[in-house]
Design a protein around this ligand. Structure first.
Ligand SMILES: CC(C)(COP(=O)(O)OP(=O)(O)OC[C@H]1O[C@@H](n2cnc3c(N)ncnc32)[C@H](O)[C@@H]1OP(=O)(O)O)[C@@H](O)C(=O)NCCC(=O)NCCS
Length: 178
């Protein structure tokens, strides 16, 4: 079983090891982080999570069975009045992808957002070539609501961005605590 735990300073090195190159960094985190990813940049984001009331949450995904951190996820632009937030920086340890952890992690973050924070709407952005991520998001009920053509350029590539949305009532929870 996985649980969400707050990201802290001691989680920086592991997360940096999971980001192999410049291309991956851009597709995973956007242009806010510059290559090479370092602790200073991560701690700048971490500082946002310490403001109260917070509109930014950073979590590690912790597998209680093997007692190891297996992933990372963030909830950003949390707006309690509008009951909305944006999910970002979803990442599973590269050594253990394709084993269902990503789906479990999406389940947990939706549970946290819809149940703990009482939100109604979640959005996220994903590039159209990221088929495993898209499958993972569709599985819990996210639907594509917009496509931004050539949203990002990397070397000679143009990347199309998909905006996906999930309303609480359409969320296909699969959690023992719901
Ligand atoms: C995206 C990511 C979080 C998914 O995590 P994961 O643990 O590999 O995902 P899962 O094992 O839960 O698989 C999710 C679904 O995707 C499907 N899938 C995997 N690879 C696929 C592919 N190439 N094409 C289509 N579907 C695919 C799986 O079959 C699974 O569906 P199923 O359970 O119905 O079989 C992970 O691959 C990752 O960290 N990627 C790098 C970072 C990243 O790109 N993050 C997203 C930024 S928006």
């Amino acid at each position: 079983m996985i649980e969400l735990q707050p990201f802290t300073e001691i989680d920086c090195d592991r997360l940096i090891r999971w980001v192999p190159d410049r291309r991956f960094l851009l597709q995973w985190a956007g242009p806010e982080y510059k290559w090479p990813l370092d602790t200073k940049q991560l701690l700048k984001t971490y500082a946002k999570t310490k403001i109260h009331p917070s509109s930014h949450y950073m979590f590690i995904a912790y597998d209680t069975g093997i007692e190891q951190s297996i992933g990372h996820i963030e909830l950003m632009n949390v707006n309690i009045e509008k009951k909305s937030a944006h999910i970002g920086r979803v990442l599973i340890d590269p050594a253990i992808r394709g084993r269902g952890y990503g789906s479990q992690l999406m389940n947990k973050i939706c549970e946290y957002a819809f149940i703990n924070l009482k939100l109604s709407t979640l959005t996220l952005s994903v590039f159209d070539f990221n088929q495993s991520a898209i499958a993972c998001y569709q599985k819990i009920g996210f639907k594509i609501i917009e496509t931004k053509i050539a949203f990002r350029e990397f070397e000679n590539e143009k990347w199309n961005l998909l905006i996906m949305k999930l309303e609480k009532q359409a969320c296909k929870f699969n959690s023992p605590s719901i």
